[in-house]
Design a protein around this ligand. Structure first.
Ligand SMILES: Nc1nc2c(ncn2[C@@H]2O[C@H](COP(=O)(O)OP(=O)(O)OP(=O)(O)O)[C@@H](O)[C@H]2O)c(=O)[nH]1
Ligand SMILES: O=C([O-])CC(=O)C(=O)O
Ligand SMILES: [Mn+2]
Length: 602
């Protein structure tokens, strides 16, 4: 070993932990990540060498790579995800639980020798800004070069972060990851090592993460869902802030009035699209701050301030194109990106369903010949691009401000074919919390399991709440009570996905969603008119700007309609949902349900 490797850090805690993990997992080598360009080149070259990566034509996508996963490792595994709180009741009815000591014993068995034949990468990272008042540090140990390369895109990482951790002797979240496929002497590697057995485990009291068996984004890039949502939600509960599955955008009106908006939609339900929207209404401008995670704290001014803890986009590829998301296209076309489970074209580019320029022939994500006549899609429905946020032309300058931005509106939304109108406004924070707590959406390919099934996905956080969901609702209610209601964001509910009788989308969506954003900011400023309904305030006739919109008045009416019968059918489902939480459900949410029932005349 070189001298440098003998003393890679003066942070005793980190060094001890890394040594302890190395002893358990038995890697061939330990690599302390610097985050340098040379390191990226070595990593990507070794991934090309192992067959994990195919380099794309640099003339089309510079410094970019295609990867195809094992077909059993394509999405988050919610049934293998655990919140191992000390006390089972703190995990709540929406999470899987196992006793933490039992889980550790089981996983130590899996980790024993699991990195044999591999390099163990040590990734010092920070979620959010290094200059934050209390920087949110993490160390991910992984035996996957793919994960290491992806973490470099998705988080601020490397030597400068480690040096800061040393200066502060900082606390950090230890994040242990292994693909779970040791290589015996002489055993050849595969392009996508993983294991049939998968565990994605959070220890909330200890603030530690152990992940085994998967290389897929949300299961393996541990700074993202595991830390910035599950563990951070626990920290947020304890410290009085919010860690949420939300995009952050900046909206500027033609008059130059700026508003900041966050929106929580479940996985693969349109956060990235809305975050990068190109408004169709003249003079309005959207800039992006984040597309997946928002950390929100009450500022000295009593307002709710949001930062995006991430450094890249890990976006759904299929459906992304020049019409639906031109800004994402511009971002990835600059290169420096990783594309996983999309098709590889014969001329060294990538393609997916919904992208312009369908090729006559390509190699599918499964490595098979694909043509437009194939009966299988070229790309997995949850295929993803991983691309640096700094390449986004419409990144708002405030992204770099550790204080974040003061939020004016919070949107909740889901994917519902029926019932839920295009947009409505909550009466107050508590009612807004009720809307979030009862949010429902059809399942998508972002998690393994059936697609298209309506389920409750509270605040779009069902798979990400790191503790008892009833306590999480209570935390939201408390945030409203303990702070000045007038300064908190107004809460709205949107649904881009309502269908007509033929099954087509009623609302054109994408850039046209700017019309809904406009109505929302005009509501905040007391300009747009609204109509009171049993569920909340919907746009009054003529208050939604539909100038130049290609849509019949009937379709618009159907998109905005509040059908009392449809809503009455929701009541028993909400009742059943709330009963799950027993005494942990805040009583005011029962009051909200009673109020809705009364207003519906049910
Ligand atoms: N009909 C319709 N579909 C939309 C709209 N916006 C997004 N989508 C669809 O939503 C899916 C992609 O959602 P994303 O924005 O990538 O998902 P996300 O919310 O960022 O999801 P995660 O990264 O999984 O958390 C695609 O199927 C899009 O076609 C819209 O306004 N209308
Ligand atoms: O976690 C992932 O891999 C991607 C994502 O944003 C989600 O599923 O919500
Ligand atoms: Mn997400």
């Amino acid at each position: 070993m070189t001298a440098e490797l003998q003393e890679p850090t003066t942070h005793r805690g980190i060094l001890d932990w890394v040594n302890e993990v190395a002893e358990l997992t038995q890697p061939d080598r330990i690599h302390w990540c610097t985050g340098s360009d040379e390191e990226w080149q070595e990593l990507t070259a070794s991934l090309v060498g192992s067959g994990t990566f195919t380099q794309l034509d640099p003339a089309k996508k510079p410094n970019s790579f295609h990867a195809a996963s094992d077909p059993i490792d394509v999405a988050r595994v919610e049934d293998r995800t655990y919140i191992c709180s000390v006390d089972e009741k703190d995990c709540g009815p929406t999470n899987n639980w196992m006793d933490p000591e039992e889980m550790k014993t089981l996983m130590r068995g899996l980790y024993a020798g699991c990195m044999k034949g591999r390099t163990m990468y040590v990734i010092p990272f920070v979620m959010g800004h290094l200059e934050a008042e209390s920087p949110m540090f993490g160390i991910e140990i992984t035996d996957s070069a793919y994960v290491t390369a992806s973490m470099r895109v998705m988080s601020r990482m490397g030597s400068h972060v480690l040096r800061r951790m040393e200066e502060l002797d900082a606390a950090y979240v230890p994040c242990l990851h292994s693909v779970g496929m040791p290589l015996e002497e002489g055993q050849a590697d595969v392009a996508w090592p993983c294991n049939d057995t998968k565990y994605i485990v959070q220890f909330p009291e200890e603030r530690a993460i152990w992940s085994f068996g998967s290389g897929y984004g949300g299961n393996a890039l541990l700074g993202k869902k595991c830390y910035a949502l599950r563990i951070a939600s626990v920290m947020a509960r304890d410290e009085g802030w919010l860690a949420e599955h939300m995009l952050i955008l900046k909206l500027t009106s033609p008059e130059g009035v700026v508003k900041f908006v966050t929106a929580a939609f479940p996985s693969a339900c349109g956060k990235t699209n809305l975050a990068m929207l190109e408004p169709t209404i003249p003079g309005w401008k959207v800039e992006t701050l984040g597309d997946d995670i928002a950390w929100m704290r009450i500022g000295e001014d009593g307002r709710l301030w949001a930062v995006n803890p991430e450094f890249g986009f890990f976006g759904v590829a299929p459906g992304t194109n020049e019409h639906t998301n031109p800004n994402a296209m511009k971002t990835i076309n600059k290169g420096n990106s990783v594309f996983t489970n999309v098709a590889l074209t014969d001329d060294g580019d990538i393609w997916w369903e919904g992208l312009e320029g369908m090729p006559d022939h390509a190699t599918s994500w499964k490595g098979e010949d694909w043509t437009p006549d194939s009966d299988q899609p070229s790309s997995h429905p949850n295929s993803r691009y991983c691309t640096p946020i700094k390449q986004c032309d419409i990144l708002a300058p405030e992204y770099d401000d550790p204080r974040g931005v003061p939020i004016d509106a919070i949107l909740f939304g889901g994917r519902r074919k029926t019932t839920v109108p295009l947009v409505f406004e909550a009466r107050d924070w508590t009612h807004g919390t009720f809307l979030g707590a009862t949010l429902s959406s059809e399942t998508t390919a972002a998690a393994t399991g059936q697609v298209g099934v309506v389920r409750r996905d509270p605040m779009a956080m069902l798979p990400f709440i790191g503790y008892h969901a009833g306590d999480y609702f209570n935390h939201w209610i408390t945030m409203g009570k303990e702070n000045d209601a007038a300064k908190l964001p107004k809460i709205f509910y949107v649904n881009w996905f309502r269908r007509d009788d033929e099954g087509g989308f009623l609302w054109p969506g994408f850039g046209e969603n700017s019309r809904v954003l406009k109505w929302i900011v005009e509501r905040i400023d007391g300009q747009a008119a609204a109509k009171e309904t049993p569920i909340g305030h919907v746009p009054a006739d003529g208050s939604l700007d539909v100038d130049g919109l290609d849509m019949t008045p009937e379709a618009l009416e159907a998109a905005l309609a509040v059908d009392a019968e449809e809503w009455k059918a929701e009541l028993p489902q909400i009742q059943e949902w709330f009963e799950k939480f027993g005494d942990n459900l805040p009583a005011v949410l029962w009051t909200e349900l009673d109020g809705l029932r009364t207003r519906l005349g049910a």
